[in-house]
Design a protein. Structure first.
Length: 168
């Protein structure tokens, strides 16, 4: 499998997960709102703003990552930042509230099929996403290096060719 193919497949995988999470959160934000309210000690009104905004951000980044198809590393880095932010929130809230049996609501009503309802299981999902994104970024970088080498070889060949002078 080429590095280009690997970068496209990994990008599409992460995009699909983000799309699923974003749509599911918009469809059923109840658990996510409760998680933000209890976990971060924020008012319900603030959580009702934060959760849909985050879901829309997931959808935006998913679309960017999918339609970019490995041409730029920026969507991959932003996706990795989003995953790191989520993982950091999960860890910090789990540490602040060790006895809680909350779910983060990351996948709305689809929460159970995506690894269960515990914060630990959702952290595992985020770790898989982070690893996939690191593979995506590494394969993208390798693809870009191969493209740079091919471009240099073409320009080197072009500089060594003798021009043909056509009669006028």
């Amino acid at each position: 499998m080429s590095c280009r193919t690997l970068s496209v497949i990994t990008g599409l995988f992460v995009s699909a997960v983000f799309i699923l999470a974003g749509i599911a959160k918009l469809d059923d934000p109840t658990d996510a709102i409760a998680f933000v309210t209890k976990g971060l000690n924020l008012p319900v009104a603030a959580a009702r703003l934060i959760v849909p905004m985050f879901a829309v951000a997931e959808l935006f980044v998913a679309g960017w990552l999918a339609f970019d198809c490995g041409r730029s590393s920026l969507p991959g880095w932003i996706s990795l930042g989003l995953v790191a932010l989520l993982a950091g929130l999960l860890v910090s809230i789990a540490e602040m509230h060790p006895q809680s049996d909350w779910t983060c609501g990351c996948f709305g009503s689809l929460q159970a099929p995506w690894g269960g309802r515990s914060l630990r299981s959702q952290l595992d999902v985020n770790l898989v996403l982070a690893l996939t994104l690191l593979i995506h970024l590494a394969s993208l970088r390798s693809t870009q290096r191969q493209g740079d080498k091919a471009g240099k070889a073409r320009s080197l060949r072009a500089s060594h060719e003798t021009p043909t002078i056509l009669p006028t």
